[in-house]
Design a protein around this ligand. Structure first.
Ligand SMILES: [Zn+2]
Length: 240
């Protein structure tokens, strides 16, 4: 798991600088504590502050909700299949994709943008893969993943062996921990066009799916983590 939520633009810039650290999924331990990570203190202009004061944003948000927000602990509701192509659900999906790409994270769930519906999206673009050293590609089993959206997804474990990697989440900004995930899974559901789709995958993609599926049931990676591996990704900068 690499990256997924923050003082948004600020973090996006950090990730741009360090494309090998991606959120939403997993990051290798040796990337943890990079000195170049900056503080995730949110910096807003006065104009942005006043705008939010006068008219607070409503879901679907263009930011990612942070741990503590009840929406992240709720059991997301099924989407009416007849409503998938409607404007409301389409707006949620479009916003998820925009936020995911803005933050350069590899997966996102609807609850993370404040919408307690069973929708998830994932994408691992070619550019991100190219920016990742080949040794890491191999260790993580990385490959390009075209954008995929699942509505009302169901997951089945295909290979019950587990692998442990450092994982992060846009909803728990600035932290990371080692999390075991199944090696291979099958996910099925509706896509953004309300068509039935099934996908069998393994390695990194399987990890992203498990992470995002958990979000739909109010589960966060910290519920599965090895607590002794839990770190502040900026810990080194505090000693400088
Ligand atoms: Zn997450």
């Amino acid at each position: 798991m690499n990256k997924s939520c923050i003082s948004l633009l600020h973090l996006s810039r950090i990730y741009l600088r360090h494309p090998n650290i991606t959120r939403g999924a997993v990051m290798p331990l040796h990337f943890v504590g990079l000195r170049t990570y900056c503080s995730s203190v949110r910096v807003r202009s006065y104009l942005q502050y006043m705008k939010r004061k006068i008219r607070p944003p409503t879901p679907p948000y263009s930011h990612v909700c942070q741990v503590g927000d009840p929406v992240l602990r709720s059991h997301a509701s099924l989407v009416d299949p007849a409503a998938v192509k409607g404007p409301e659900v389409q707006k949620v999906i479009d916003t998820m994709i925009k936020v995911m790409r803005k933050l350069e994270c590899v997966g996102l769930s609807a609850p993370q943008i404040g919408v307690p519906l069973r929708i998830l999206a994932l994408e691992y673009p070619q550019k991100m893969l190219e920016e990742t050293p080949s040794v890491l590609r191999e260790a993580r089993g990385l490959s390009v993943l075209p954008l995929r959206v699942f509505v009302n997804p169901q997951m089945r474990v295909l290979d019950g062996r587990t692998v442990v990697f450092q994982e992060a989440c846009e909803s728990i900004t600035g932290f990371s921990a080692a999390v075991p995930r199944y090696l291979s899974v099958e996910i099925s559901g509706l896509n953004e066009k309300a068509e039935s789709v099934t996908w069998q995958t393994s390695h990194w993609a399987a990890r992203i799916i498990q992470h995002e599926m958990d979000h739909l049931d109010g589960i966060l990676y910290i519920d599965h983590m090895d607590s002794k591996s839990f770190i502040n990704i900026n810990w080194q900068s505090y000693n400088e």
